[in-house]
Every structure is written in structure tokens, then in C-alpha cells.
Design a protein around this ligand. Structure first.
Ligand SMILES: [Zn+2]
Length: 290
């Protein structure tokens, strides 16, 4: 009888120990945070705390941190990498100022990197690393915690030249426009589509990468119209589609209603972030913001 009780007690203690182990497991350390600043600007914070900033036009009119004369850069303390899909001003945005402030390394195509250094005074050392890449390539960052793949985008790319004289073009060559796949170890696979039009080979992207969340440009006029953006979500087999590049300036879609309706019809999960909002993944599981 006593022996039996002892065994039960040991079993109970063991179960408690396992429970305790579970609660102090590094679950919080496995969180990936995705923040939207409005337009195409997102930050991704990895489980180890590395910060990637994509198309950082933080001074866009949708960003609550840029309203009422506020400086959105004042809250940006740490950035490890700046990813640029192409050279247009609504995507390069505040990249130069952020690079100077944080020492972040640039990830984009070599032509855009070279011209940003030459024409926009992007810090040369941060633009001449082995993170400069081309479409089809993959690079490893942060000791393998992050893999970045550059994907095709059907658009254009040029760099604004603030130093252009009257006889020089205001727009210099910006290389090929692109999208990015960001693969986080112990976290989600994120697709940022850049400013692309829909193209059939998006299916190949969906075959090559298991995309948990697709950040898709839905604004139309300069890129995918909402119904084609929904088709893009379908083509890349996105588990969740989040709209971007809308509601920022005249000429592009003012809201995500059309995109949401089309996704509903296709039975694809949709979430509309608010500018300034952060969503959190624990592993591959979205735990906040939905
Ligand atoms: Zn754009």
C-alpha cells in the first residue's frame, strides 16, 4: 500500500516536473514579430532578436508614428538588415538615414546598391557586403537563423538621383525589381511581393517555399489589382494573406475590401494589419493579431 502511494507520488511529481519544463521552455524565445509601418514597409524581428526592415518608407502618410510632425526614425534603435525590393522612392524611403543611424547592412541587387551609394550617400561599407544578391539566389544571415531568397517581380526599378543636374536624368538605373522570401528558423516563412504584377511563375515560388504568410501589394495602378493579388496568394499557396501598398497615396486602392472578398471566395485566410500593428508568430503559429 505504502509502496503504491510512493509510486503515485513519484508519478505526480514527475508529471509536475514535465509541466514545469514546458512552461519554462524557450517558447518566448521562439517568437517572430512582424510589424507593418504602412505602405510596403515591414520589420521582422527574429527569435534571437535580429531586425530586418523591408522597404522602409517610414515617413509614409499612413504610419501613425509619422503623424503630427513626429519623426518615425526616433523609435528605430536597432536594425540589422535593410531589404529593398526595388529603387522607387516609396520603397527606398528612409533607408539611407536608417542605415546611418543603425549600421544595418543592405540587401538588394548590386545595381541598386551601387547607385544608392553613389547618388544617395548610402554608407558604402554597409552596401558592399556579401548580402548583395540577385533573383534566384539565397543568402544565410544571423548564423543561419534567417535565409533570404530574392524572387522575381514584374515591375520597374530606378533610383532617384537628388544630385541630378538639369541635363541629367532624375532616375538612374535600379537593377531588376524583386520580391523576397524570408525564412525564419523556428518561425514562419514570409513572402514580400514588392510591387509586382501577377505572373504565372508565382506558382514556382509556391512550389519552392512553404509560405506561411504572404505580404501582397494590392493597390493596383502600379502593380497587382486586388483580384490579381488574391490570385497571387493562391498561386504561392499562402496560408495567410496580408495586404500592403494601399491607402497611402491617390491612384492606388483605398482599402482592402476587394482583396478580402476575393480571398473569402477562394477560402484563403486573410488578415488586415493596421499601420503600426505588430503580429507575433510562435514557431509557425500566429498567436497575436488574429
Ligand atoms: Zn510602390
Amino acid at each position: 500500500m505504502i509502496n503504491c502511494m510512493k509510486i503515485e507520488t513519484i508519478k505526480l511529481l514527475f508529471a509536475l516536473f514535465i509541466l514545469l519544463l514546458g512552461s519554462i521552455s524557450p517558447a518566448t524565445a521562439q517568437e517572430t514579430k512582424i510589424r507593418w509601418f504602412g505602405h510596403a514597409a515591414f520589420s521582422i524581428t527574429t527569435p534571437s532578436g535580429k531586425v530586418l526592415l523591408i522597404d522602409p518608407w517610414l515617413n509614409n502618410p499612413s504610419n501613425p508614428e509619422a503623424k503630427d510632425g513626429k519623426d518615425p526614425l526616433s523609435a528605430i534603435a536597432k536594425v540589422d538588415y535593410i531589404l529593398l525590393t526595388h529603387g522607387h522612392r516609396d520603397h527606398v524611403g528612409d533607408a539611407v538615414a536608417i542605415a546611418r543611424k543603425t549600421g544595418a547592412a543592405l540587401i538588394c541587387n548590386p545595381e541598386l546598391a551601387g547607385n544608392l551609394v553613389k547618388l544617395a550617400d548610402f554608407p558604402a561599407k554597409q552596401a558592399e557586403t556579401d548580402a548583395i544578391m540577385g533573383i534566384g539566389g539565397e543568402i544565410q544571415l544571423a548564423d543561419g537563423e534567417v535565409t533570404v531568397a530574392m524572387t522575381q517581380a514584374v515591375h520597374s526599378s530606378s533610383v532617384f538621383n537628388p544630385k541630378a543636374t538639369v541635363n541629367e536624368p532624375e532616375r538612374a538605373y535600379g537593377g531588376n525589381p524583386a520580391g523576397f522570401i524570408v525564412i525564419i528558423k523556428n518561425g514562419p516563412v514570409i513572402y514580400h511581393s514588392g510591387d509586382t504584377a501577377y505572373f504565372k511563375d508565382m506558382e514556382t515560388i509556391g512550389e519552392n517555399y512553404s509560405i506561411d504568410v504572404a505580404l501582397l501589394n494590392i493597390g493596383g495602378h502600379f502593380g497587382m489589382e486586388p483580384r490579381m493579388a488574391a490570385r497571387a496568394a493562391q498561386a504561392v499557396h499562402a496560408r495567410l494573406a496580408i495586404p500592403q501598398h494601399f491607402g497611402t497615396f491617390p491612384g492606388i486602392a483605398r482599402n482592402a475590401e476587394g482583396f478580402a472578398a476575393e480571398l473569402k471566395r477562394m477560402k484563403i485566410d486573410f488578415y488586415e494589419m493596421k499601420p503600426g500593428e505588430t503580429i507575433t508568430y510562435r514557431g509557425k503559429q500566429l498567436i497575436k493579431g488574429k
